[in-house]
Design a protein. Structure first.
Length: 768
């Protein structure tokens, strides 16, 4: 064959191949974008095809028609004003259609992820914080993040340590679930933050109703669910890298995530670290308030069969926060002067990253293995978990002994859970058993008797729940029994130290019911009620000594009874298409034998310094409150999120209970801009907040009058872009923009110092 003919043949083959290829790119796909809760179409939703960098916008029916697609695999991203971005990895080899449900109402009911399903729990008031809301604040403590939810506050011990308060209750009355297992740490004090990295959570759910039946524990106040989330079914390696920089404290937070789903295996690795120095109030540095944090987690799932799965999860968390130096005083005279002082003692005039005593060191290991199977209508979950927690507290000690911990506790916890769920027509029955065994020991080489004694605790339990539903009604009812046995090696102080073997046991009963009533497509009523008993914790019974991190002496009462709570809650929800989502919850709770920590007027001088004294007492308590929150979108680019909460608490003699959150009102005004270029979305926002003064208090039960009311403002800009075939998120947010000088009633260190002043933080996140 002549060379000329060969050239013509090659050209003709290329043309025919190109024509054939072009002919194949004729597929069309229709996407239907629907509101998750109202089943209404979402107009102006934007769909991005990453492989071609093309963008499409939904019409008034929520439809998007994409034509001219070639057969193959595609990464899809769908966005809408105020919604969490939905991502899909799909295969297209023929004309087809997809329906996508977007979470447009972040305050509406949301599921408990028992088996990664979307089964709602009637009457359980749930608020979910998705990844988009969490993104710029993943370096903060969990409780501080949750403050954006109505009815949730944070009990603080300085800048780095906080625990959640849900409808006035905190501590052991809040169940914290990590990957479906009750978190077990030394969480018995206001200074003990949950040892979980928010960066490892894909979503955080707050349950304010009485809905702890499947989980056990002592959830009189509610639950916080931390979920690592599902791994996307994508064989490619994906992940994220994030940096958060804060000016106040000069903190740096770095986080990384990698995940993949291939063949029968799917896995995810997450790691993060943070370093910060002295925070600053408007007038002075808060000396010794830096921190060091490090965490990592690994999740692996193996599909053993069509509907069988093995799951393995490991998480490690380490934190080393400093405690305000001015909260530890050497004598009674200085202590009396330090309480309410305008500027704390030992305040340095310069910034420092150094962390000295007083401080904490805490590390937590968490390991979980579970087997899940679904056969016909029965779903089964077997879970075995182990946690180990080491907590060290460092005092200011003489003769160079400050680096020897004054408290060194080791807590080992084993969990066994067997859960079953049977689904039928319009009904679902759940039942299971669980057991928790704890061993807590102290390091005797500290030279100081631990104020928490060595103990073992055994807590077996069983539960059953039933769900019935009709087109307009959903009824949920359940009960649980728990047996608590506590064996304590109690050190009796006196002229000589003696060890007594003590035992307390408690039988706890819980019953709960919930009703969800859909009066119309846009109006819903949720009713929730329950009776719950809580056994007193070991610190409430047997603590005896200096609780260093809160700078106070605490003494328990071994004769305390278990608490018994009766709570009712009614929630009204109004959902009007896309522009209004309003929710109002009214609740009332009676707690017999309510355990509280009562400050004593006379401080105590010890060889370790002078400290206020707190005693555990009991009374009958009555709490009632109102939580309001809503989202209002009066124009395509504008959105207002607002919330308010009110709590009233008093004892049997109608005297106010100390430490209850004051009334709060806050909100965020957003202005969104969506683009079809590389920068896809802008979000400009301001967030004002007003905290009222707590006027209901008994001064004889506190060391200082509550601080005045205060108003603070935050503002920021966030952007989302698609550059270099990767998703980019960035933002800059200013907090306390007016540099307001104030003290927070819920901060234990308000006795000694002001809150933080003006600060800005910048974050950058890339997802690939």
């Amino acid at each position: 064959m002549k060379p000329k003919n060969i050239v013509y043949g090659v050209l003709l083959s290329s043309l025919l191949f190109s024509f054939a290829t072009a002919q194949q790119c004729t597929l069309q796909v229709i996407w239907k974008i629907i509101d998750h809760h109202e089943d209404h179409p979402l107009e102006f939703a934007t769909l991005f095809i990453e492989e071609s960098n093309r963008a499409f916008v939904s019409d008034s029916s929520g439809s998007i028609l994409v034509q001219g697609l070639c057969p193959g695999y595609y990464h899809i991203a769908i966005q809408h004003f105020g919604c969490e971005t939905v991502r899909q990895y799909i295969e297209i080899f023929q004309d087809t259609s997809y329906t996508v449900f977007m979470e447009h109402h972040s305050y509406a009911l949301d599921p408990v992820l028992i088996k990664d399903s979307n089964a709602k729990q009637p009457g359980a008031n749930r608020q979910v914080m998705q990844a988009g809301v969490l993104r710029h604040q993943l370096d903060r403590p969990i409780a501080s993040i949750l403050e954006s939810i109505a009815g949730v506050s944070a009990k603080k011990n300085g800048a780095n340590i906080s625990s959640p308060i849900i409808q006035g209750l905190s501590g052991n009355r809040i169940n914290l679930l990590h990957a479906g297992v009750l978190h077990a740490g030394q969480q018995w004090g206001a200074d003990h933050a949950p040892e979980i990295d928010p960066f490892s959570a894909q979503q955080i759910t707050v349950v304010k109703g009485v809905d702890a039946i499947p989980y056990g524990g002592n959830g009189l106040g509610g639950m916080v669910l931390m979920e690592p989330g599902t791994i996307s079914k994508d064989p490619h390696l994906h992940g994220a890298a994030q940096a958060i920089l804060r000016s106040n404290g000069k903190s740096v937070h770095l986080g990384f995530k990698l995940e993949q789903s291939k063949n029968k295996w799917e896995w995810r690795w997450v790691g993060s670290g943070k370093i910060s120095g002295d925070h600053k109030s408007p007038a002075y540095y808060l000396t010794n308030t830096g921190s060091r944090d490090l965490s990592t987690s690994f999740l692996a799932n193996y599909s053993a069969g069509v509907k069988e799965q093995l799951k393995f999860y490991y998480a490690y968390f380490h934190t080393e926060p400093g405690i305000l130096r001015g909260s530890h005083i050497g004598n009674l005279t200085d202590l009396q002067e330090a309480i309410g002082r305008e500027k704390p003692f030992f305040t340095k005039d310069n910034f420092s990253y150094s962390i000295e005593a007083p401080k904490q060191k805490v590390q937590h290991h968490f390991l979980k293995c579970s087997y899940q199977a679904e056969k016909q209508q029965l779903f089964t979950d077997y879970t075995l978990a182990f946690q180990w927690n080491n907590r060290q507290e460092f005092d200011i000690r003489r003769s160079g002994r400050s680096e020897i911990p004054s408290l060194d506790l080791h807590l080992a916890t084993g969990h066994l859970q067997l859960n079953h769920q049977l689904e039928g027509n319009h009904r679902k029955i759940s039942f299971g058993i669980s057991s928790q065994v704890q061993l807590n020991t102290s390091n005797k080489g500290t030279g100081i008797i631990a104020f928490i004694p060595d103990y073992t605790a055994i807590n077996p339990g069983a539960y059953a729940k039933a769900l019935f539903e009709s087109p307009h009604l959903r009824l949920d009812i359940g009960g649980r029994y728990d047996f608590h046995v506590l064996n304590v090696d109690y050190i009796r102080r006196g002229t000589s130290l003696t060890i007594e073997k003590l035992q307390r046991s408690f039988h706890n009963m819980s019953v709960a019911t919930g009703l969800e009533w859909m009066l119309s497509e846009s109006f819903q009523i949720d009713l929730n009620g329950g009776w719950t008993q809580r056994a007193p914790h070991v610190n409430e019974l047997y603590s005896n000594g200096l609780h260093q991190s809160v700078a106070g002496i605490e003494e328990g009462d071994p004769n305390l009874n278990q608490e018994a709570s009766l709570k009712f809650q009614m929630t009204a929800k109004l959902l009007l298409h896309q522009w209004l989502n309003f929710e109002c919850a009214v609740w009332h709770q009676n707690i017999n034998d309510f355990i509280f920590l009562e400050p004593q007027k006379e401080p105590r001088l010890t060889i370790r310094g002078a400290f206020p004294v707190f005693l555990y007492k009991q009374t009958d308590a009555r709490l009632l409150g109102l939580d309001i929150q809503g989202k209002f979108e009066w124009a395509p680019h504008w959105q207002l999120d607002a919330k308010a909460s009110y709590v009233r608490a008093e004892d049997r003699s109608h005297q106010p209970i100390t430490g209850i959150p004051p009334t709060q009102i806050n909100g965020t005004l957003h202005y969104f801009l969506h683009r079809q270029g590389q920068v896809r979305r802008w979000d400009f926002f301001i967030s004002p907040a007003y905290h009222f003064k707590q006027t209901r208090y008994a001064i004889e039960s506190d060391l200082l009058d509550p601080p005045p009311a205060y108003f603070i403002m935050s503002a920021g800009i966030e952007a989302e872009a698609f550059l270099l075939k990767k998703h980019w998120y960035s933002g800059i947010i200013a907090e306390n923009v007016f540099n307001k000088r104030y003290r927070d009633y819920l901060n234990r260190l308000r006795y000694y110092a002001d809150e933080e002043g003006l600060g800005a933080h910048f974050y950058l996140r890339v997802e690939f």
